[in-house]
Design a protein around this ligand. Structure first.
Ligand code: ZN
Length: 498
């Protein structure tokens, strides 16, 4: 039987109550699966001979006869158990290894945007990393490794995508988080060793520095390996002079030890191949080309196989807005980083805080020759709040006031130059002017960095003040929700081909 007919049969019996997602329909032997929604939520619909529906948790809606054969129709919740069964039947629903393919991450703080992201990736030669959340984001959104991944996989199923895609356990600092994310099925691990980076090197006296430096176990070995050695990249010579080398060893030696420990854990614990990203983007200072070289030489010497390396590149990288800095200077310095990556070989350069960095993308794509990974997250959230502003201006106003109240507290963990005085007084704006605020860079940052406070805020009765209302709007206006996000992510991806 043609499987599309299944949707027709379903519509005949249950079409008044449920709206199916025809593209989600998948079949295996005589079992059919697809997503449908009613006024309140989405379900997995299973149509199969009775005994074949037993494992799935849900309620039987009735019997359905398709071409003289009797099937049971079961309405199942989008829960972990049902998803795990589905992933066994359709293995392409599991995230997989990306390797050195061009890749792009679309963090999704509410877990509702994967179908829109897939629409943006459609027919592009980019490997999508659809689940991507950091430990910090998880705390702020009250989600966990499993729920982030499950939401993305349900989105993959809904869209009818048959892979491949990746899942990134982002900015992981502890082995316990690596273990949990491996257990959940993540395919990519981004190690954040920033706690082991020696910061504020200028605060020490020369004597203190010498003392601390003398305590580094491996320093002699590293001095022999790299002392006064020169390397040439794209016609530029980089030399580990004594002073530079001592400083780099001082700043990064513990970082490398930590990475090695995490890597050894992953190698022994994760049964199949995985992507490894090392991120030193959240450091107080820009990563110099020499530091980049040192890091990669050491990673390679220690036998650590990585796919991505995220550096702190020149310029001011702020959340949810364009690059701030001299773009020509950036290109100059970045081309040296790219040359190092190309010649040292075997890994891609990764860009974090990639939301809305439209001017940087063409440079990133060209200089690396396609060997890059980019991460975005906040930009999807901002599009979602824009939908709220479009569909429920009163709710947007409440969120906006709330964000203003929380801004000072929430900005502490970010590097920002937001000037709240540039945000118009919303009491003087008409409803139709509200969505435009999401194109003003100061109000973008206002909404961007307060997302955790907005999503966790509760009223006197202990109910969420905004979260469920936001989700409801996105559910009811799903077409617009997907459309706006897909367009905005496409705008990002288009810049990579310029
Ligand atoms: Zn980062």
């Amino acid at each position: 039987m043609k499987s599309e007919k299944v949707i027709d049969y379903f519509l005949r019996g249950w079409g008044e109550k449920y709206k199916p997602y025809p593209f989600s329909l998948k079949s295996k032997e005589d079992r059919y699966f697809f997503i449908a929604k009613d006024e309140e939520k989405k379900y997995l619909i299973v149509i199969a001979p009775l005994s074949n529906t037993n494992n799935f948790e849900g309620e039987i809606l009735g019997e359905i006869t398709i071409e003289d054969k009797k099937f049971t129709l079961k309405r199942c919740s989008l829960c972990h158990l049902n998803l795990a069964l589905l992933c066994k039947i359709f293995p392409y629903l599991n995230p997989t290894f990306c390797g050195l393919k061009t890749s792009f991450g679309t963090g999704d703080r509410l877990g509702k945007a994967t179908p829109a992201h897939l629409q943006a990736f459609n027919s592009r030669d980019i490997f999508p990393i659809l689940a991507q959340q950091s430990v910090r984001e998880m705390e702020r959104t009250e989600r966990n490794w499993q729920s982030v991944l499950n939401d993305a996989i349900w989105g993959v199923f809904e869209y009818g995508y048959i892979g491949p895609f990746g899942a990134d356990a982002d900015h992981v600092k502890e082995i316990a988080d690596l273990k949990e994310s491996v257990d959940c099925g993540y395919s990519m691990f981004t190690l954040d060793p920033s706690d082991f980076i020696r910061k504020n090197i200028n605060q020490y006296s020369k004597r203190e520095l010498n003392n601390l430096y003398a305590q580094i176990k491996e320093r002699k070995k590293l001095e022999v390996l790299y002392g006064n050695k020169s390397y040439s990249f794209a016609g530029q010579k980089l030399t580990f002079t004594d002073n530079y080398l001592a400083e780099i060893i001082f700043v990064y030696s513990e970082v490398l030890d930590h990475i090695e420990e995490c890597y050894k854990f992953l190698k022994s614990y994760k049964k199949n191949i995985f992507d490894l990203e090392i991120s030193v983007d959240e450091t107080p200072t820009v990563t110099s080309p020499l530091a980049h070289l040192f890091i990669i030489l050491e990673l390679q010497r220690r036998g650590i196989e990585l796919q991505n390396l995220a550096l702190h590149y020149l310029g001011d990288w702020q959340k949810g807005i364009e690059y701030i800095g001299d773009i020509d200077q950036f290109r100059k310095e970045f081309s040296l980083h790219s040359a190092i990556a190309r010649i040292m070989g075997g890994y891609k350069l990764s860009l974090h805080t990639g939301s809305d960095k439209f001017s940087v993308y063409p440079i990133f794509a060209q200089e690396t020759g396609g060997f890059y990974h980019i991460k975005t997250a906040g930009t999807t959230w901002l599009e979602e709040v824009k939908i709220v502003a479009m569909k429920d201006p009163a709710l947007y106003r409440e969120i906006h006031y709330f964000a203003l109240q929380n801004f000072e507290k929430d900005r502490a963990s970010y590097n920002l130059t937001t000037d709240l005085s540039n945000i118009p007084d919303i009491d003087k704006l008409s409803d139709s002017e509200l969505p435009g605020l999401l194109r003003n860079k100061d109000s973008r940052q206002l909404i961007h960095i307060t997302y955790g406070s907005i999503l966790r805020a509760k009223d006197n009765e202990g109910q969420y003040r905004f979260k469920n209302k936001i989700l409801k709007i996105l559910f009811h206006f799903e077409e617009e929700h997907y459309y706006e996000i897909a367009n905005w992510i496409k705008k990002h991806l288009d810049c990579l081909n310029k």
